[in-house]
Design a binder for this molecule. Structure first.
Ligand SMILES: Cc1cc2nc3c(=O)[nH]c(=O)nc-3n(C[C@H](O)[C@H](O)[C@H](O)COP(=O)(O)OP(=O)(O)OC[C@H]3O[C@@H](n4cnc5c(N)ncnc54)[C@H](O)[C@@H]3O)c2cc1C
Length: 406
């Protein structure tokens, strides 16, 4: 009997291994990952680990003994280069070919890169892996000028971390406001003000034109299309991530902003599942296909896929959530705010503890909570159960969110 093969050794893979064994899967399990490390947690890479406050071993999702006790054949430091659906085999870059009975793709995502003039200069960084942090951290010295391209989660988290480390920080964002793809203008404005208060220079509405180098081939400035020049000792580009779906696509699997999977996380081939950042799936609650990049999503999809693989199919029906830490602010986002027609602010942003509610009519679609755990917890249930809210009560932060129902 051929093993169950997992490609990609990250958050989703580690969860899937545990779930598969718990579900009673007793067959062979092979885990292939192109990084040398055991599966680890990425969120600290822009937060505590980047700040030097967390040791590398603390990032590991499971100790090595977990893989021994779960009987996993680990092939780390190996990249899967080709998938043959008909032969049910995967080729690795060390020349090995592994046959599988069932395959789980958990290949994650990779930073979106820029291709403008000077993009190959030294001192330009991306952030996805422990290795990326190693290169970046070696350059973080107090007083140096860091220019961050992209005012999304990663850019803003790194800005906060690097201000605390004493660097000068500019953030260049092409949209008119930070985190514009995910939060309402009121929430963007709050975070912009917080970053300004901490000395981050935010420049919005700036499109990247290119990087200027010195004679030694090192980036010394970032140019924007409107003629802006931002001197830099180092640069971080954080402009989003692309699903690692090339292996699947070349093999002929359906790809639609990531590997397209059904409600059980099964791909267009019945022997292949995909989970985490690399796949897209129709959200039952929101009725649209989405590709999510979050720990929660990787975790929940891995459990769904494990159940499906052992023949105990359950349709994936979860309300997604996500968090971001910037300074002492914990932003918790629950739900998806696509097509909201009304936004309600609960509380005063000046208090640094408030929520922003996204509604369609009287139904809550999503909520952003800033240092506001109670609203976040209540919102999960309100969204899941499609409870209807009184807008007047919702807008009054002295009334608990769950009592705004009706
Ligand atoms: C800096 C940073 C901060 C983040 N902060 C947060 C946060 O605060 N909250 C949150 O919810 N989420 C956060 N995320 C997102 C979260 O980490 C991801 O959503 C999660 O790691 C996805 O898990 P995954 O298993 O799908 O992919 P990954 O964890 O990326 O694992 C995929 C693995 O597969 C490997 N791989 C890819 N292709 C191949 C191949 N062909 N052969 C072998 N191996 C391959 C990759 O190298 C990688 O090791 C953050 C991500 C980053 C990068």
């Amino acid at each position: 009997m051929q093993p169950l093969l997992i490609i990609g050794a990250g958050q989703a893979a580690a969860t899937a291994i545990e779930a598969l064994r718990r579900e009673g899967y007793t067959g062979g399990l092979v885990l292939v990952g192109d990084e040398a490390l055991l599966p680890y947690s990425r969120p600290p890479l822009s937060k505590k680990y980047l700040a030097g406050e967390l040791a590398e071993e603390r990032l590991l999702l499971k100790p090595r003994s977990f893989y021994d006790s779960h009987n996993v054949d680990l092939r780390l430091g190996c990249r899967a280069t080709a998938l043959d659906l008909a032969a049910r085999s995967v080729s690795l870059d060390d020349g090995t070919v592994i046959g599988y009975d069932r395959l789980l793709l958990a290949t994650g995502a990779a930073p979106r890169t820029v291709n403008v003039a000077g993009h190959e200069l030294a001192g330009i960084h991306y952030l996805r892996s422990v290795a990326d942090v190693g290169r970046l951290r070696a350059e973080l010295q107090p007083g140096r000028r860091l220019v961050i391209v992209g005012g999304g989660y990663i850019g803003l988290e790194v800005a906060a971390t690097c201000r605390a480390l004493g660097l000068e920080v500019d953030v260049l964002e092409m949209a008119e406001r930070v985190m514009n793809r995910v939060v309402a203008p009121e929430v963007s404005a709050f975070f912009s003000a917080e970053h300004a208060r901490h000395g981050v220079r935010l420049a919005t509405g700036r499109l990247l034109a290119g990087f200027e180098g010195d004679g030694a081939g090192r980036c010394r400035a970032v140019h924007t299309l409107d003629g802006g020049v931002f001197p830099a000792d180092l640069v971080l580009v954080g402009i989003g991530a692309m699903p690692n779906a090339a292996l699947a696509e070349a093999a002929g699997l359906a790809v639609e902003n990531g590997i397209a999977v059904d409600g059980e996380c099964r791909s267009s081939d019945p022997h292949v599942w995909a989970v985490g950042d690399c796949c897209s799936q129709t959200s039952l609650h929101y009725g649209r296909r989405v590709r999510l990049e979050s720990v929660d999503n990787a975790f929940e999809q891995a459990k769904t896929a494990a159940a499906s693989i052992v023949g105990r199919a359950v349709a994936h029906d979860r309300i997604p959530w996500f968090w971001s830490d910037q300074y002492d602010l914990k932003l918790m986002i629950v739900g998806l705010n696509f097509d909201y027609d009304l936004g309600v602010l609960r509380g005063d942003p000046a208090s640094r503890s408030f929520s922003y509610c996204y509604l369609r009519g009287h139904q809550l679609l999503a909520l952003d909570a800033v240092n506001q755990m109670k609203d976040y917890m209540a919102a999960k249930k309100v969204i899941q159960e499609r409870l209807l809210l009184s807008l007047a009560r919702l807008a009054d932060p002295s009334i608990p969110l769950r009592e705004a129902v009706g």
